[in-house]
Design a protein around this ligand. Structure first.
Ligand SMILES: C[S@@+](CC[C@H](N)C(=O)[O-])C[C@H]1O[C@@H](n2cnc3c(N)ncnc32)[C@H](O)[C@@H]1O
Length: 273
């Protein structure tokens, strides 16, 4: 029998969009992420992904940005086995299972209390993996996380739900809390904000987006001088595009010639502090 979740708010419910993208990617002939656990969770919940109208482009972008964030976290924790990892707005993502960090790493999935409670019956337990049920804009939740270890912090699909002031305050709290670390998130260029509001597949979150959009990968360095840009990852220029279906592959290979055109797709921004 399918597991039923308690009622979630529309913002919490957005976790199904990214979860279903990863599940559908796993069911595709050539997955870019291959997240079997996402697929299993969607099946356990008997969630009907068709209501979200996810197209191939959205599915591939969500799966590939998750993979890029996984790679950043994996590399950091291999270099810092004494470190901590945080996934902000984790939803029902099982990133820590995908990246499988050294057993010395403590991992924190942060989302609202309702979402963290929902994870309990769906996401397998793992030693040193912790859930924090909190609003990330609340200044107090970080007290549950050690402040004397290097940290890698990822946020996949979160920042669009926050105002610019909330994003800046969150970045400041993170860089003040840890001695050093890296932060990576999918960014929201102005075109992406427009596209979310005008694309069928993202209609479910269109009215929830509060971030105004930012086109310059150096903006976060201005918001928080502790941050230094490591890399702006433009999806059209990533090698996995070779696995995309022919029409999308052709489009992205053309887009890859232009930075401004590439920024119209998914962008992952990676900083150190
Ligand atoms: C689009 S979903 C992405 C979930 C997950 N990162 C993934 O890739 O599947 C956005 C998530 O951010 C969470 N979220 C939004 N605003 C939040 C806030 N202020 N505090 C904590 N979580 C928040 C939602 O509950 C939801 O789980």
């Amino acid at each position: 029998m399918a597991t039923t979740l308690p009622a979630l708010t529309p913002t919490e419910d957005s976790l199904f969009l990214t979860l279903c993208c990863r599940a559908l990617d796993n069911r595709s002939p050539h997955p870019v992420l291959g997240d079997a656990m996402a697929d299993e969770i969607v099946r356990t919940l008997d969630y009907d992904h068709r209501r979200l109208h996810i197209d191939t482009n959205l599915m591939l972008n969500a799966a590939l940005r998750a993979k890029k964030l996984d790679e950043i976290a994996t590399r950091f924790l291999a270099r810092h086995p004494d470190g901590v990892g945080l996934d902000l707005g984790a939803g029902l993502d099982t990133r820590v299972l995908r990246i499988d960090p050294p057993s010395t790493v403590d991992w924190y999935d942060v989302d609202t209390p309702a979402v963290i409670a929902a994870r309990a019956g769906l996401v397998p337990d793992r030693a040193h993996a912790h859930g924090i049920g909190a609003d990330v804009t609340d200044p107090d939740w970080l007290t549950a996380v050690p402040s004397n270890r290097p940290a890698v912090i990822v946020a996949d699909g979160l920042l669009g739900f926050l105002t610019l002031d909330q994003v800046v305050a969150l970045l400041n709290r993170l860089t003040s809390h840890f001695p050093s670390g890296e932060i990576a998130f999918n960014s929201y260029p102005r075109f992406a904000i427009w596209a979310i509001k005008h694309t069928r597949g993202t209609r479910s979150v269109a009215d929830l987006i509060r971030f105004p959009g930012s086109d310059d990968p150096h903006d976060p360095e201005r918001w928080n001088p502790a941050l230094t840009l490591v890399r702006e990852i433009l999806i059209p220029r990533e090698p996995e595009v070779a696995q995309f279906p022919a029409a999308l592959r052709t489009y992205y290979r053309l887009a890859a010639h232009s930075t401004s055109w590439s920024r119209k797709g998914t962008v992952v921004l990676h900083y150190r502090f």
